[in-house]
Design a protein around this ligand. Structure first.
Ligand code: C2O
Ligand code: CU
Length: 471
């Protein structure tokens, strides 16, 4: 990879020193890749100064948790401590970690008991924007505030004036600003999952973002909501997408005009501030046509930063991933069924064919290939040979959209809802629309037992998960 002089060396650039929306985000106390992470109860000013604080569960007392930021090739070494009253684990979403570091309870490790510790250590093999969260009772633990971001830097990055992080979330709050604790109720589980009533950016109800004419901003968008899909409209501006789920993509405008992120997905965008001094623009969330709202305002300061926008190339270095061999790839069909209005009659549950009313009585309602999961360490649904390539056809026979997530293996998108993507696209999570299909290719190069599940934890816990064995 040739170093173009249009790129600048990023080494040492500190995201935490950049003004970030929603107040400062701290870097985890780190020395040479070593971090301390503590899960525990905390309170945060979610609704802003003057409003009551919101009781949450958090990493190191903050929502989002500390940013872990290292370079590709470095080793991350986390001393994790659980001060919650519940067991938990930490999953490193989207990172290609060894199986025993993947943080899946029962499947890859015993849950970390209250008061317990666990050491997570692995090499960072790919650059990009990733995140971490519990994989134990995720519907409650992630929703209560346990999530943080990992940024893996390359030697080079596009030249920008500011590198910002927007962790997008939604909260179901009562009138006192406290989290409504009806986690995993059957209505949410059988419909679209847990929707909130309050959106946040970086753990705060969003505030204006002050910008300057001519400024170039990179925004790392991360959707940590349980179920809400964000579709951002940067009105009056032309965002350029440079990465999906951490992996570089040929820069392009958002398909359909909206920067869309399903639960757990990330999108890195470049935003050139093309407005005039003193102007104000809305950033809208328009994914759900009947639930549109303004996320925040872009407010132009009186003094411009420069006259003409930067002409520099914003292309990121190509992902360091080996492409699956499509010529020899074996095909597997993976069918998602169940849920309200899904028409499912029965499914296998704990080795028994079980009717939907019986399943519903046990809080289960979703199936993958006809099987409703009861636990993380289910018998393997798929057995893949180490080193071989596979095509997976995700078929959604339900009435809802599902963010389908595979652990340990980035997926090369071949066809999504009838269309071949215009750019080479790698993802760790795919939004599969109702009654449609997405085909991906993977190289089964990471041995172990890996989760395949819907990233709406209400769906996952109501049966929509499976185990893929790579050996
Ligand atoms: Cu973000 Cu199975 O996880
Ligand atoms: Cu789902």
């Amino acid at each position: 990879m040739q170093l173009s002089r249009r790129k600048f060396l990023l080494r040492g650039a500190a995201l935490a020193s950049a003004p970030m929306l929603g107040g400062p985000i701290r870097l985890a106390s780190a020395s040479g890749g070593q971090y301390r992470l503590r899960a525990g109860a905390a309170s945060i000013p979610l609704l802003g100064a003057g409003a009551p604080q919101t009781q949450v569960w958090a990493y190191n007392g903050a929502v989002p948790g500390p940013i872990i930021r290292l370079h590709r090739g470095e080793r991350l070494d986390v001393d994790f401590e659980n001060t919650l009253q519940r067991p938990t684990t930490v999953h490193w979403h989207g990172l290609r970690v060894p199986n025993n570091m993947d943080g899946v309870p029962a499947l890859t490790q015993a849950p970390v008991a209250p008061g317990g510790r666990f050491r997570y250590a692995f090499d960072l093999r790919n650059t990009g924007t990733y995140w971490y969260h519990p994989h134990f009772q995720s519907a409650e633990q992630v929703d209560r505030g346990l999530h943080g971001v990992i940024i893996v830097d390359d030697e080079v990055a596009p030249l920008v004036d500011r590198d910002l992080l927007w962790v997008l979330d939604d909260w179901r709050l009562d009138p006192k600003g406290q989290i409504v604790a009806d986690f995993g109720n059957f209505h949410d589980a059988s419909h679209q999952g847990r929707f909130g009533n309050t959106a946040s950016v970086n753990g705060r109800v969003p505030e204006d973002l002050h910008v300057r004419t001519g400024e170039r901003i990179r925004i790392r968008l991360v959707n940590v909501a349980n179920a809400w899909i964000f579709g951002l409209d940067f009105s009056g501006h032309a965002p350029t997408i440079i990465a999906y789920d951490g992996h570089a993509v040929t820069p392009h405008g958002p398909p359909g005009g909206l920067v869309t992120l399903g639960p757990s997905q990330r999108v890195d965008v470049i935003l050139d501030m093309s407005g005039e001094p003193g102007e104000r623009f809305e950033v809208l969330d328009r994914y759900y046509p009947r639930r549109q709202y303004k996320l925040l305002d872009l407010v132009y300061e009186k003094k411009r930063l420069r006259l003409n926008r930067l002409a520099d190339d914003v292309t990121l270095p190509a992902p360091d991933l080996v492409k699956p061999d499509l010529a020899t790839a074996k095909r597997h069909r993976i069918v998602f069924s169940g849920g309200a209005m899904g028409g499912m009659q029965s499914a296998r549950f704990k080795e028994q064919e079980t009717t939907v009313p019986e399943l519903a009585r046990m809080g289960k309602i979703w199936a993958i290939n006809g099987t409703v999961a009861s636990r993380h360490d289910e018998p393997a649904m798929l057995k893949l040979a180490l080193g071989r390539s596979y095509i997976l056809d995700f078929v959604n026979e339900t009435a809802f959209t599902h963010p389908v997530h595979l652990h340990g293996h980035p997926m090369l998108v071949l066809e999504a809802n009838g269309q071949v993507p215009a750019q080479t696209t790698w993802r760790d999570t795919l939004l599969v629309d109702p009654r449609s299909r997405i085909s991906v290719a993977i190289l089964a190069d990471n041995p172990g037992r890996w989760m395949l599940h819907c990233h709406i934890p209400e769906h996952q816990e109501a049966g929509m998960m499976a185990v893929v064995d790579v050996a």
